[in-house]
Design a protein around this ligand. Sequence first.
Ligand code: XMP
Length: 597
Amino acid sequence: MSQYEKVIILDFGGQYAHLIASRIRREQVLAEIYNPDEVTPEELNKPEIKGIILSGGPQSVYEDGSPQCDLAIFKLGKPVLGICYGHQYLSQSLGGTVTPGKHGKEYGRAEVKIDENCPLFKDIPKESVFWMSHGDSVTKLGDGFSTCGSSENCPQAAVWDKDRNLYGIQFHPEVTHSKYGSQLLKNFLDICAVKGDWTIEQYLDDQADVLRKKIGDKNIILFVSGGVDSTVCFSFLSKIIGKDRVKGLFVDTGLLRHEEVEFVEREIRNIGADLTVLRESNTFLGNLEGKTDPEEKREIIGNTFLEVQRKYFSDNQIGDDTLLAQGTIYPDTIETGATKNSVKIKTHHNRVPEIQKLIDDGKVIEPIADLYKDEVRALGEALGLPKELVWRHPFPGPGLGVRILCSAEKIEKLSLAVTDYKYVQYRTLPLKSVGVQGDFRTYRNPAILETKERDLETLEKISTELINKSEIINRVLYPLSDNKFETCEVISCDLDPARVQRLQKADHIVSQVLLEMNLYSEIWQFPVVLAPISFDGKGIESVILRPIDSIDAMSATVGKLPWEFFETVTNKILSDTDISSVFLDITSKPPGTIEWE
Ligand code: XMP
């Protein structure tokens, strides 16, 4: 592949480092990712390397042990674009200052005023929305730099050194919620004067060759879930080595949605897969009994998949002539903290340590592990898979297991104080969920908003602002049911079958109404979360609706469905299920993650 001109990304550990590569590939330019402390200026000085991007990262540039690169790289005369940590690192290395941001923290949407004279902003409006995720900020420019973009909280949101072709931006052009992000990356590629002669077909051909070598004459057993990733993986492998050498294993974990087992069996057999269904709900629910911690639950679910697979291999005397395959995609890897400088946001079920060891030993193959959901869908369409499968809403491997929040503690009657913020009021809930802020995992409380405002975009903006200002909140909920929130009860519970059924029922109502109102394809994913908190004085729990607008799961906003939908769903849930309150999660990603655990 070395005949292609390319752009190099130095991965400082950011959640989005690999996403930058994917965006560049979309422009038909080869992008390769290197570890900053391993690559030398000589390697980067090769003529086919046309530009260098410094990624974001979880650390602060002024911390001991933060990732570095050889500063001679900035003297090669190649265009450099620093993003987030990369921007701060570039500025600090060249004489500027980076300061912890007491007031400058921004997670999610930010309005940036730009200087049109800078070629990085060609064809981008003077005021544009870009996605931010940072705590630190550049407070003094590097030598030779001038400012070419600023937001309310970040005066040095974009900087450049015209003469040396060096650029730094605090925001993330690579996430799809940055409206002009791809234009900005295209502009940087123009600055690099790189030829766009690389294609996704070529990439897949290259991947097919790599996989054929890895698989040799072995057979494959692949965990399938009915979701787009594993189905595309099945189809891709069948195409490469032949259908008769690929077998699907579908595990009923007891954590699937209403009638999901039947649906998956039918659809996967329809595409011609040789499928075995293992009914293991007792094993999964048994292993999870008494467990309440999110990471522990995730790890148990991942390990139980392995336990079930081992038993199946041994019962069926499957030996070394068979490899295990998984439909892992890139967000699973990056969120588990599996690149050199990244941190763990959550352990995806196909990335628990035991599986990681098998991968390291070459015993597991993951054909689409470099791709994002939108690329997997493009591949699925190219492979001729039915639209219903390719465009199904994503569903996580651990299933409802990560949507049933548990609590080790029981609190009978907790008063929830109200806080004023501008024209809204909020109360902090005695509950926690996972979030991602500035490439770090957070595990913090949600707030319930009390306001008459009904415009979802405005609500989302308030939620972003509130979280940016707070040290304890990472999500904001809008109440859909008519409850009083002065006091709250927390129910002590684990993941028991009655709670699984309760959530299945509520989740089914949401799916049905989405279909009836013809809204299914308006939305990217729609988690429904069961929360052990009650406001009715009788200890009956609550659900949270989490409609998602996204493309690749790396950034997300609340799905802007009509209020009629929310009202219908709320009424049905309250009347047909054992649930006493319904909330709408209005948090973007970042600072929230899509799932709650
Ligand atoms: P988060 O919650 O990290 O989710 O914003 C991003 C996307 O990944 C899905 N997800 C998972 N998928 N195994 C999976 O196969 C997992 O352990 C897992 N955890 C989250 C989530 O549903 C969303 O689409």
